[in-house]
Design a binder for this molecule. Sequence first.
Ligand code: PRT
Length: 115
Amino acid sequence: MSDKSILEQLDAVLEARKAESADSSYVASLYAKGTEKILKKIQEEALEVAMAAKDHDHQANSENQAHLIYEVTDLWFHSLVLLAHKGIASDAIISELQRRFGLSGHDEKASRTES
Ligand SMILES: N=c1c2ncn([C@@H]3O[C@H](COP(=O)(O)OP(=O)(O)OP(=O)(O)O)[C@@H](O)[C@H]3O)c2ncn1[C@@H]1O[C@H](COP(=O)(O)O)[C@@H](O)[C@H]1O
């Protein structure tokens, strides 16, 4: 078992895929198709998250919960692919979440309109 978090491990794989061929790697195939294709995947995955969340609203059972988790994971994964494509590691997102931690969304929005 690795000491590294799954995000760190995935970052390393996403970086390494930059040297792989599109035939051998799904991630490399997305890089080869470029930003527009990655964004299209993110849009598709976001739509699938919305549909899964609505199914869960309609019927909150373990199957629909698992489906929602699966679709959000697809969305996170493709977002990480976009970041890697742009040369950004996932720890930048972790740092931004840490920076925001404890700061109320209402307070943050108010500080934006005041300045
Ligand atoms: N976590 C994931 C992961 N999650 C989802 N997916 C893929 O994302 C795709 C999303 O599903 P879709 O049905 O939308 O895909 P699709 O129909 O093939 O896509 P299109 O042809 O329509 O664009 C599927 O091909 C999934 O297999 C992932 N592919 C890879 N990873 C990770 O990335 C690593 C590198 O993957 P490769 O580059 O393929 O080796 C893997 O070892 C995993 O750790």
